[in-house]
Design a protein around this ligand. Structure first.
Ligand SMILES: CC(=O)SCCNC(=O)CCNC(=O)[C@H](O)C(C)(C)COP(=O)(O)OP(=O)(O)OC[C@H]1O[C@@H](n2cnc3c(N)ncnc32)[C@H](O)[C@@H]1OP(=O)(O)O
Length: 214
């Protein structure tokens, strides 16, 4: 039986629990930085903070026998990557989670530790970076290049040949037109329609998408 540990014990962990239930991989521990959050599965222990992880690590014999996944969604791609690399450094293996209802083209490339959730699409020759989340019913069309630690929100649609930089977050139901280039650390608001290239660090909302100025 393959074993997996998960950092994060709230919404995204609940989603991963459902995904993993259809696989031979069994969750054996959760980790969290928020002590108010309990284990989402009563019989599975939860450990808090990096100190809790170190304690768990010293209690097991072979870290290389465990997969890991980081269940932290939202606009937190860099946090997801940092925790992922901590697990990897400790000798655990990144788990690439693909829901059994997702469509993943045979000639696409999926980075390690990515999470491809229910009813999402990764179309022909698309490339998905490390630790990305393609949330429920999102779609990444042909030849898109998605950087590392990107989160494509539920129902978001990326047309063909789009590039998205590392750590960017595309909100729920956003639409990105073909061949657009989105920079790094960008936030695309829920429902936005992106019609022009987007610079690094920008926040875009609305239809047509415009920089959010507060
Ligand atoms: C399974 C899951 O749940 S995965 C999680 C998916 N999460 C999402 O899709 C959330 C995406 N986040 C958003 O759309 C956010 O609203 C953001 C990031 C664009 C902006 O958030 P904040 O910086 O907190 O902005 P804030 O809420 O203060 O709003 C600022 C202004 O922008 C407007 N605004 C905020 N979001 C949007 C949006 N998506 N579209 C249009 N206008 C928006 C607000 O109405 C407000 O306008 P006002 O100043 O005229 O009142």
């Amino acid at each position: 039986m393959d074993k997996i540990v998960i950092w994060g014990a709230s919404g995204q962990a609940i989603v991963l629990e459902e995904l993993l239930a259809a696989t031979p991989v069994k969750i054996t521990a959760f980790f969290e930085n928020n002590e108010a959050i309990q284990s989402p599965i009563e019989t599975i222990p939860i450990y808090y903070f990096e100190a809790g992880f170190e304690r768990w690590l010293s209690s097991i014999e072979e870290p290389s026998k465990y997969f890991y996944s980081v269940a932290i969604g939202g606009n937190n791609g860099n946090v997801r990557a940092k925790i992922g690399e901590m697990f990897k450094k400790a000798g655990l293996k990144p788990y690439t989670a693909i829901h059994h209802t997702a469509f993943v083209a045979g000639n696409s490339v999926i980075g390690e530790g990515a999470q491809i959730l229910a009813n999402s699409n990764v179309c022909a020759r698309a490339k998905i970076g490390k630790y990305c989340i393609l949330n429920t019913a999102s779609s990444v069309d042909h030849e898109c290049i998605i950087g590392d630690n990107v989160h494509i929100g539920p129902g978001a649609k990326l047309a063909g040949c789009i590039t998205v930089g590392d750590n960017s977050f595309i909100g729920t139901n956003a639409t990105v037109l073909p061949r657009i280039i989105i920079g790094k650390n960008v936030i695309i608001g829920a429902g936005a329609v992106v019609t022009k290239n987007v610079a690094d660090d920008a926040v875009i909302v609305g239809n047509p998408g415009r920089q959010l100025i507060k």
